[in-house]
Structures are given as C-alpha cells and as structure tokens.
Design a protein around this ligand. Structure first.
Ligand SMILES: [Cu+2]
Length: 281
C-alpha cells in the first residue's frame, strides 16, 4: 500500500513538474498551463476556488441521492408519501444556490474588470487577424508591422516546433504593462494565449482590448481559438518574452527590418502659437 502511494506521488510529481515549467502544451498535460501574468494567476486562483465549490456540491448531491435511494427503498418504505410541497424546503433550495451564485459572481466580476483594460500601459501591441496568419503592429516603437506565418512542416529547422513556431515571433518585454488591441480584416479570429490568461476575439469592424504583463522570460505558444476557415489550425501564436533591454535592441532592429512603406510614422502635432497679452504688437 505504501509503495503504491509512493509510486502515485512520484507519477503525479513528474506530471506536474513537466506542466509547471512548460510554456506550451505538453503530451498528457493535465490542468491549465502555468500562469505567466497577473491575470493568469487570478484565473488559476478562481479556477481552484470553483473546483472546490463544484466538488462539494457534487458530493452533497450524490450523497443525498444515495441516501434517498437507500432510505426510501421499496422494502423499507412500501407506502410512499404523497407530499408534493414544502415551503421551507423550496425556499432553501432556491435561496442557497442564489447565495452560492452571488458568492461566485463577486470574484468573477473582479477578475473580468481586472483583465478588461489598463490605463497606465508602458506600450501597445496591436494584433490583426487574417485568414490565416497574424499581423502585429508596434505603434510605440516606430509603428512597424510584420506578419507571423506558421513554418510549414518541410521547412522546420531542428528545435522548431511543428504547427507552433512562426517565421516572425512576437517579441515583448518582461515586467511591462502591455496594452493589447485586437482587430481583424476578414472574419472573427481569436488570439488565445493560455499562459497569459488572454483569449480575445479579433472582430472585423471592432477594436477589442486587454492587457498583459509577462513575468517570466521565455517562449510562449498559443493558437487561434475561433473557427475561422480552412486553415484555422495553422495560424499559431509564438511570443518571445525578453528582458526590456533586449526588447529595446530588438525593436530598434525590427524598426529597420519591418519599416512600413504604406503609412508614415504618427505625424507630430502641428505647433500652435498662442498670442499672449502684451507680447504681440
Ligand atoms: Cu483564425
């Protein structure tokens, strides 16, 4: 018995140690990917609370069912009661679930507003969905833009991941608040990064917003999570989170490499001269 317990512990340990260090889906993964942003941490905490609540409810209902089956079985209870209403019970089984739902609603709303948007962002990344690739724009770093296409299987280099690596990964700084804006030029896509707790639709004619702060450097993977057409499965998301200094060096290089020719950099506002009393004659 003790040996079985040790074996199970070791197996569980190895399973969770694999998932807790990977930023990408792993074979036989159980549970959510490890959180890499404050939003993802809050989502995990909320998930854990919900798991406890639903487990308790399920156990309670199952116990009640089993007890009823046993207590009121035909041999023990040949003449069943004809009672159909019980005011006290009916109030209880309406009021208690309402209280539970309200208790769940409070942290849920809290999380929703936490993830909604940020006022004090350090930078902005705009994500544009295309059939079937992603376009990224960096308006604060020279307004350069580039497309990220999945690397086809026959062009994969050693170390690159099938169906997951892209030709141009999104590079973002760690520890900074990044405003994420989402748009689409054709159909609805969904930019889903489980490690960041981000899963937002890119909708034509609409600009959606959320934010992320990546706490740990590394390469993160995600996928389009809205059925968007025949190549829906082939538009992965690859994000490289690097320290701010490394990001600044990359942005400088990327500005030259991906310089936009269609649109100039945001023009400077025209200088307005204000005449002051007594100074202009
Ligand atoms: Cu898509």
């Amino acid at each position: 018995m003790k040996r079985l317990f040790v074996t199970i512990s070791v197996l569980m340990g190895s399973l969770f140690s694999v998932t807790s260090w990977a930023n990408e889906p792993t074979p036989w993964q159980i549970g959510l990917p490890p959180p890499a942003s404050p939003t993802a941490v809050m989502i995990h905490d909320f998930h854990d609370i919900l798991l406890i609540i639903i487990t308790l409810i399920t156990i309670f209902v199952l116990a009640l069912l089993l007890y009823t089956c046993w207590r009121f079985r035909e041999s023990k209870n040949p003449t069943p009661s004809k009672t159909t209403h019980h005011t006290g019970l009916e109030i209880a089984w309406t009021a208690i679930p309402v209280v539970i739902l309200v208790a769940i609603c409070i942290p849920s709303m809290n999380l929703l507003y936490f993830a909604d948007s940020t006022d004090d962002a350090d930078m902005t990344l705009k994500v544009v969905g295309h059939q079937w690739y992603w376009e990224y724009q960096y308006p604060d770093h020279g307004n350069f833009t580039f497309d990220a296409n999945m690397i086809p299987e026959d062009e994969l280099k050693p170390g690159q991941k099938r169906l997951m690596d892209t030709d141009n990964p999104v590079v973002l700084p760690t520890g900074k608040r990044i405003r994420l804006l989402f748009a689409s030029v054709d159909v609805i896509h969904n930019w889903s990064m489980a490690s960041f707790g981000v899963k937002v639709d890119t909708t034509p004619g609409r600009l959606n917003e959320t934010w992320v702060q990546i706490d740990k450097a590394g390469t993160y993977y995600g996928f389009c999570s809205e059925l968007c057409g025949v190549n829906h499965a082939y538009m992965p998301i690859m994000v490289k989170a690097v320290p701010p200094a490394e990001f600044a060096a990359w942005a400088k290089k990327a500005k030259v490499e991906f310089a936009r020719v269609d649109e100039p950099e945001t023009p400077a506002l025209p200088t307005v001269k204000v005449a002051q009393n007594g100074t202009s004659k």
